[in-house]
Design a protein around this ligand. Sequence first.
Ligand code: AMP
Length: 412
Amino acid sequence: MTFKDLEIIAPIQEALDSKGYTIPTPIQQQAIPILLEGRDLLGCAQTGTGKTAAFAIPIIQQLFNSSNTQKRPKHIKALIVTPTRELAIQIADNFTEYSKNTHLKNTVIFGGVKQASQVGQLRQGIDILIATPGRLLDLINQRLLSLRHIEHFVLDEADQMLDMGFINDIKKILRLLPEQRQSLFFSATMPQNIKDLSQTILNNHETVTIKPKQATAEKVGQSVYFVKKSDKTKLLIDLVNENPNDTIIVFSRTKHGADKVVKKLAQVGIKSAAIHGNKSQNARQRALGAFKNGELNILIATDIAARGIDVSELSLVINFDIPNIPETYIHRIGRTGRAEASGNAVSFCDVEERAYLRDIEKLINQKIPIVEEHSYIDDSKESNQKAPSKQKQQARRKGSVNKGRPKNRYSK
Ligand code: AMP
């Protein structure tokens, strides 16, 4: 199947051609026809599957077909709400690229920066708004924008949104949307609370599920190093030195941990930068920009900050810590092997993290190969830890229980 078979209008088709996209990804093949019919959609898919284009293309097409005026729009017609600033910027960039041959205008708003230039953009008139929840509500409260004319609403990364405590903001936003609208709901995982939330948003929807298993197994080479906590930095330095031409993202569970890795690398002359929530928006964008244009080839990131990173040449993901939420592993390794590319993901697992590793292997339904020979092999035996019960896992996600499990390596 090609994009031509999906009956994409010429202006979008040409934009896709110029990006070299001819074959729609599975989520695009399934979602685009449903959305072009005006139906609601529940999409279970993570970043890296091409989901942004899966919703951006049909929204642009529908807006293009319903308004052919070249005048600046009076009302915002499409709203995409997403949890992080990086993701918001990336989605807006995608909209800009796919709609470059149309009259449609978009803008992006997010917190952590002054609002003046965002307000200026809104005042000029836009068709499509990409927003993080806090700033969106802030500007609505100041009566600087209204959602009364929204025709297409996308809630992106719903699971992450709830993890970040945005549930009340989302409920407030929902109350401000018109009843009559097309709604799209995307989440990488579908626990019961996410399903319940989707029911309050969607109406007579279709469902598209792109299994994470496909994304992990097929494209990303995975391996795990059993290593002592105290040897992880040395192992990282060796790997970086062995792969001088790779573009690498190193994941750290905490902000403090990310800064510590940057310092340790600097001590041996390896340049890297950290991106996490304590860094200013400008510092994050600067680091990301340097990484994307090749000035910097190692980025140390926390999970939330990394959600929006889309770097096509990313060749290696290193899990410096094993994530305690198994779905996070899929998100992390999805940063490499995107779309048609292939990549590698290696994980550093200390003895306390082996239970986390088992949770991950259960979720992806495959054993991650162990690197049997390396300089820092940790052959410690695990203390008698059992895998956690379902309830404990859920409680852990909510941050209330950490009994019998490894503590976070660094204080937050
Ligand atoms: P996403 O899941 O939206 O973050 O997209 C993952 C990456 O795949 C992004 O770099 C997109 O630009 C790219 N992409 C999206 N659709 C296609 C396609 N049909 N062919 C090739 N690359 C694509």
